[in-house]
Design a binder for this molecule. Structure first.
Ligand code: ADP
Ligand code: MG
Length: 242
């Protein structure tokens, strides 16, 4: 569903990604972790063309992200993205946040978009909040709206970039629970997070990045197992967060 082939990227003369290769199959959940500044956000942003890359290839469901004729708005609408900061439209109600792109980008009828929005709000436990504005919701609630908004586009995969790291601790689980449900329902997911409880529960694989490179890419069992193969950098990182 998502494939990175020898992807490298520079900001000016600074190389931020070095020869990154990995793939996420349909229905697979891959957790990406690693120190701050290691390139995690950049890697997932390249996957839906929020950031260009200079070398290698990225394929999303058979479409080459970097190829000249690729329809980027269409590609982006097929990949749900959830960021650390919720990035809802502050001047629109929750329901408008959920329906706007369905109508504008997918060309859905308003009544269908609202219906889909209602179903998704129910799914993330926020049916009572449809007419509120984002600023009237807690951070955890806003993040659940952001997930629902991404799902409203019927994405083939979801990318998450530290979706819980800006939340107060008591709100982390309500967001992780929604993500765990999604994973269990078979959504293809690439999740940058340091929530190792989430990784243990639903990840199929764990990627560890350091200094712009994918240093480890292995099964969850291998990653959390006490293997000799563990790189020193990953050992150090894990010793700090576990
Ligand atoms: P992570 O998400 O793992 O913390 P990022 O992908 O955000 O890492 O950043 C990787 C590196 O790229 C960092 O050194 C960061 O300072 C640098 N970087 C990120 N965005 C830009 C940018 N727009 N211009 C220049 N350097 C950037
Ligand atoms: Mg980041």
């Amino acid at each position: 569903m998502i494939e990175f082939k020898n992807v490298s990227k520079w900001y000016g003369s600074f190389q931020v990604l070095t020869d990154c290769s990995t793939s996420v199959s349909k229905g697979e959940v891959v957790v990406v972790c690693g120190p701050s500044g290691s390139g995690k956000s950049t890697l997932i942003k390249t996957a839906n063309a929020l950031e260009p890359f200079q070398k290698g290839e990225i394929w999303i469901d058979g479409v080459s992200v970097g190829a000249p004729g690729t329809n980027l708005p269409k590609l982006r609408s097929r990949i749900g993205m959830v960021f650390q900061h919720f990035e809802l439209f502050p001047h629109l109600s929750v329901m408008r946040n959920l329906s706007l792109a369905q109508i504008k980008v997918l060309g859905r009828k308003e009544s269908d978009a609202l219906e889909r929005g209602r179903k998704l709000l129910e799914r993330v436990g926020l049916s009572a909040h449809a007419e509120k504005f984002p600023g009237q919701l807690s951070g955890g609630q806003q993040q659940r709206v952001a997930i629902a908004r991404a799902l409203a586009m019927d994405p083939v995969a979801m990318l998450f970039d530290e979706p819980t790291s800006a939340l107060d601790p008591e709100m982390v689980n309500e967001v992780l629970d929604v993500m765990v449900d999604l994973a269990k329902e078979g959504m293809t997911m690439m999740v940058v997070t340091h929530e190792m409880g989430f990784a243990r529960k639903v990840a199929d694989r764990v990627i560890f990045m350091d200094a712009g490179a994918i240093v480890e890419d292995c099964s969850k069992e291998e990653f959390f197992g006490n293997t000799e193969a563990r790189s020193d950098r990953a050992k150090l990182f894990l010793s700090k967060i576990l």
